[in-house]
Design a protein around this ligand. Structure first.
Ligand code: BEZ
Ligand code: FE
Length: 297
């Protein structure tokens, strides 16, 4: 048949994939075609709107370079990144049978565009703020597995924006690494480091995704958070954040990354001596959080 009725076009495209060599690719593309056609039919898309959509995607692509990934930002702000993270974590959990007394693992969230591989490995307790503006905060806790056994020598990567909400990667081509490091847990699974209490900030909103957000009547802000990535031999890698319970936008993260289990009450402390012996002449905070990793299947 050469001619297809509008409602049969999606199936016609799917039928042409009969000889696709990779079954998973065929499955994904068939579903994509099915849902894309259903979307066009549902909203009765006009040629002019379709052209606007194509121009938008073109601009998203043109905005991308080594440091700016507008497509990931689009995925983040449409909630798709978070959906993929949630599905992946559920898949990892389903791949193994937990013991009856196991605790749930720490929930994952988005990686975001500001991870920079190769941050320096520092001794436990080091201060990664190195004088950067912001309120000092002491991060501390343990890394265990879901059965409560300590995970020793886990690599804990941490990174955040500065007091104005800017990451080092946003500060020009030659800007050095700032407010990021890798720590190792001790034999008891303990970690600790100093940084700043993270502040809320907008995702990059000067490109097509920012324009889209404004068109949707949405703000671009993320609540204050410390990014973490945990990697340990024999365990599934965990990418997550610790969110400041007091931060503006905690209920309306622009990328839908907040999970209740990742919200932390930062303790507020008067100037004085911190538990690690450091003497502070200004108000400081502490963020206590224990991470639970899933043993590899
Ligand atoms: C971030 O938290 O760094 C981030 C995540 C998604 C989009 C933009 C920024
Ligand atoms: Fe962030």
């Amino acid at each position: 048949m050469a001619e297809y009725a509008a409602q049969d076009l999606a199936q016609a495209v799917i039928d042409r994939m009969a000889d696709a060599p990779n079954p998973r690719f065929k499955e994904v593309m068939s579903a994509l075609v099915k849902h894309a056609h259903a979307f066009v039919r549902e909203v009765q898309l006009t040629p002019d709107e379709w052209m606007q959509g194509i121009q938008f995607l073109t601009q998203v692509g043109q905005m991308c370079d080594e440091k700016r990934q507008e497509f990931i930002l689009l995925s983040d702000t449409l909630g798709i990144s978070m959906l993929v993270v949630a599905i992946d974590q559920a898949r990892g959990a389903a791949a193994r049978t937990p013991a009856p007394d196991e605790q749930p693992p720490t929930e994952a969230t988005v990686l975001g565009p500001f991870y920079w591989e190769g941050a320096p490995e520092l001794a436990a307790g080091a201060d990664i703020a190195e004088g950067a503006a912001g309120e000092p905060a002491w991060y501390h806790g343990r890394v265990t597995d879901t059965a409560g056994r300590p995970v020793a020598n886990a690599a804990l990567d941490v990174w955040s924006g500065d007091a104005e909400g800017f990451y080092d990667l946003q500060k020009g081509a030659d800007a050095p690494m700032q407010l990021r490091a890798r720590f190792r847990t001790d034999a008891d699974g303990r970690y600790s480091f100093w940084s700043i209490k993270p502040t809320y900030y907008p995702v990059p909103a000067d490109g097509p995704v920012g324009k889209m957000l404004r068109g949707m009547g949405r703000h671009p802000n993320r609540p204050g958070h410390m990014h973490t990535m945990l990697q340990a031999e024999g365990h599934q890698t965990l990418v997550t954040h610790l969110f400041d319970a007091d931060s503006p936008y905690i209920d309306s993260d622009a990328v839908f990354g907040v999970r209740n289990s990742l919200i932390v009450d930062f303790g507020k402390h008067a100037p004085g001596t911190a538990p690690d012996g450091r003497v502070l002449n200004k108000t400081w905070y502490d963020c206590a959080y224990d991470f639970r990793l899933v043993p590899a299947a």
